[in-house]
Design a binder for this molecule. Structure first.
Ligand code: SF4
Ligand code: F3S
Length: 111
């Protein structure tokens, strides 16, 4: 089991989650973060930190976002680790409440 970052993170990257993770298992893509399932210790403290409710335990990921379980695993080895919180993306305010923004996902790692 691991915790999973889902669609609401796209184009937001608030990074509040990063500042509380005890094992630095968040990875940074161009416009969302994911959790490395091999490193996550399932402590759950990141869940309530996310202002857009993007993080769920694997068994509680909403059906509509089940593909994010594989997405988190897929990019964990390619994307760099992010160990400190930083400012949200410039697009965060406009996209924090947008639904169905999956087509905006960028598979590239953060620069
Ligand atoms: Fe980090 Fe704990 Fe969240 Fe896993 S559940 S990503 S270990 S804060
Ligand atoms: Fe994303 Fe929420 Fe963390 S928006 S970067 S999962 S605080």
């Amino acid at each position: 089991m691991a915790f999973i970052v889902c669609e609401p993170c796209i184009k937001c990257k608030y990074t509040d989650c990063v500042s509380v993770c005890p094992v630095a298992c968040f990875k940074e893509g161009a416009n969302m973060l994911i959790i490395d399932p091999d490193e996550c210790i399932d402590c759950g403290v990141c869940v309530d930190e996310c202002p857009v409710t993007a993080i769920f335990p694997e068994e509680e990921v909403p059906e509509k976002w089940h593909d994010f379980i594989a997405l988190n695993a897929k990019y964990s080895s390619d994307w760099p680790t992010i160990e400190a919180a930083k400012d949200p993306m410039d697009t965060a305010e406009d996209f924090k409440s947008v639904e169905n923004k999956r087509d905006q996902f960028i598979a590239a790692p953060a620069e």
